[in-house]
Design a protein around this ligand. Structure first.
Ligand code: FAD
Length: 390
C-alpha cells in the first residue's frame, strides 16, 4: 500500500497515476481532493494486498537516476515554425519529429477542447503539434502508461515527455528498461491543480464568452519569455504575471501541488534520458544565437539521450555548456520552490468566495498595470520599446 493510501497526507503523492494503472484489480481510482488535485482512492473490497502500488510509487521509493548528466547543451531547433510554437528551444518537437520519422509514437501533454491538460499517445504529426508549449497546470496521464507498454512490447519506438514525476511514474510502472523508450523530463517549477485553472477560465468565460485559445508562452506575440495569450470572441490578449491573476499566482509558486514544494526531482540528477528547460541568460553565454526565438537548456542524462541528440545534430543548433551555467539561472534544477505562507489560504478562500473575488482582492495589478499603460505618453512607450530591444 502506498504511503499516501496509508497516511492520507497530501504531500506524499505526486498524482502520476502509476498506482491506478498498475493495480491488477482496478481497486484504485484517482479522485480530486478539495483543491482539485487528483489522489488515489482505494476500494478495500477489491484490494488483494499484492503491494504492487507501493512497490512502484515514485514518492515512496528512492529515486534511481545518474548522479549528473553525461553532457549539457544550449539547444535550438532549426525548424522555424516548431521553434516558434514551443516554449523554449523546441527540443521536444525535434525529438518528436525524429520519433515519428522512425515509425514511432509520441506521448505528451496537450489541452483538450475544454482547456484541460491531458497526456495522449499518438503517431499523428497534427496531434504532436498540439503538445508543443508548456501548460502551467497538472496534466492527467490517464491510461497512457498502459498504452505505452503495449507499444513498447510491439517494438515500437516511443517518446514520453512530461514532468519528472510522471517520467518516473512511467518507468516504475514498466518495471523494466526498454531500449525503444526515450524519456524526456522538464525542469519543473511545480503544477497548479486542474480545478484552479478551470475556475479561473470559468470567470473569463462568464465575462467574455467562450475561450478560443490559451497559451502560457506565446513567442509569436511576445518573444521568448514568461508571457502568453488568451483568446475569446475575436480578441486575443497577452497575459503575464503583471496583468493576469492565474499567471501571477503560478509564478509566485502560490498554487502548486503540495509535493512540489518538497520535490526530489528538483536536482541535477535526472530521471529522463533528456531534460529540457528554458536556458535563461543564454544571451550572455551564446551571443551568436537568436535568443528572441527561444533557447533550451538540454541535459543528456544517459548515453541513450546523448545518442538521440547526436542523431539530430543536423536539425539542431547544439552548443556544449557547463551544467553550472544552466543551474545558476534555473533554481528548479537545484531545489524545489518554497511554499509561500499564503498557499493554503488561497485555495481555501477561492473555494469559499470564488476565484474572481479573491483575485480582485489580491492581484491589484490587474487594474493598476492597464491603468498605467493607458496613461503613459506614446513617446515614452516608444523609448521603452527601444530600450527593451537593446
Ligand atoms: C508545469 C511546467 C513547469 C515548468 N517549469 C520550468 C522551470 O521552472 N524552469 C525551466 O527552465 N523550464 C520549466 N518548464 C519547461 C519549459 O517551459 C519548456 O517546456 C521546456 O523548456 C521544453 O521546451 P521545448 O521548447 O523543448 O518544448 P515545448 O514544446 O515547449 O514542450 C512541450 C512539452 O512539454 C510537455 N508539457 C507541457 N505541459 C506539460 C504539463 N502540464 N505536464 C507535463 N508535461 C507538459 C509536453 O508533453 C510537451 O512534450 C516547465 C514546464 C511546465 C509544463
Amino acid at each position: 500500500m502506498t504511503n499516501y493510501l496509508v497516511s492520507g497526507k497530501d504531500n506524499t503523492c505526486y498524482g502520476c497515476r502509476a498506482c491506478e494503472q498498475i493495480c491488477p484489480k482496478n481497486a484504485i481510482t484517482m479522485k480530486p481532493n478539495k483543491e482539485g488535485f487528483a489522489y488515489p482512492v482505494l476500494d478495500a473490497d477489491k484490494c488483494v494486498k499484492c503491494g504492487l502500488c507501493a512497490k512502484i510509487c515514485p514518492h515512496d521509493n528512492p529515486m534511481e537516476a545518474p548522479e549528473k548528466p553525461v553532457d549539457v547543451f544550449a539547444g535550438q531547433y532549426l525548424e522555424e515554425e516548431a521553434l516558434l510554437g514551443s516554449s523554449s528551444g523546441g527540443i521536444f518537437s525535434a525529438v518528436a519529429d525524429y520519433v515519428l520519422a522512425n515509425d514511432g509514437y509520441v506521448a505528451g501533454c496537450l489541452f483538450d477542447e475544454d482547456f484541460v491538460a491531458v497526456h495522449m499517445v499518438t503517431n499523428e504529426k497534427k496531434t504532436v503539434e498540439k503538445m508543443r508549449g508548456s501548460k502551467y497546470v497538472q496534466s492527467d496521464t490517464k491510461d497512457t502508461y498502459a498504452q505505452i507498454k503495449a507499444l513498447l512490447d510491439e517494438n515500437k519506438l516511443v517518446l514520453f515527455s512530461g514532468t519528472p514525476c510522471q517520467v518516473d511514474g512511467l518507468k516504475r510502472y514498466l518495471r523494466k528498461d526498454y531500449q525503444n523508450l526515450i524519456t524526456m523530463d522538464l525542469i519543473c517549477h511545480g503544477v497548479p491543480s486542474p480545478y484552479m485553472l478551470s475556475t479561473y477560465l470559468d470567470t473569463v468565460r462568464a465575462k467574455k464568452g467562450p475561450i478560443t485559445q490559451l497559451s502560457f508562452r506565446n513567442k509569436k506575440r511576445n518573444g521568448w519569455g514568461a508571457q502568453g495569450s488568451i483568446g475569446y470572441g475575436n480578441k486575443v490578449k497577452s497575459i503575464s504575471r503583471f496583468n493576469n491573476s492565474y499567471y501571477y499566482y503560478y509564478l509566485q509558486n502560490s498554487i502548486s501541488r503540495k509535493c512540489c514544494y518538497e520535490c526530489k526531482y528538483s536536482s541535477v540528477s535526472r530521471v529522463g534520458d533528456i531534460t529540457v528547460g528554458d536556458f535563461w541568460g543564454a544571451q550572455d553565454v551564446l551571443p551568436e544565437l537568436n535568443v528572441e526565438k527561444g533557447v533550451s537548456a538540454v541535459l543528456a542524462n544517459t548515453d541513450k539521450g546523448l545518442t538521440v541528440l547526436n542523431e539530430l545534430k543536423q536539425n539542431l543548433l547544439l552548443t556544449e555548456v557547463e551544467l553550472e551555467t544552466v543551474a545558476q539561472n534555473n533554481g528548479n534544477l537545484v531545489e524545489p520552490c518554497q511554499m509561500p505562507k499564503k498557499r493554503n489560504e488561497i485555495y481555501a478562500r477561492i473555494q469559499q468566495k470564488g476565484y474572481d473575488a479573491i483575485a480582485k482582492e489580491e492581484c491589484h495589478f490587474q487594474y493598476v498595470v492597464p491603468f498605467i499603460r493607458r496613461h503613459i505618453p506614446k513617446s515614452l512607450k516608444k523609448a521603452l520599446k527601444r530600450v527593451r530591444k537593446g
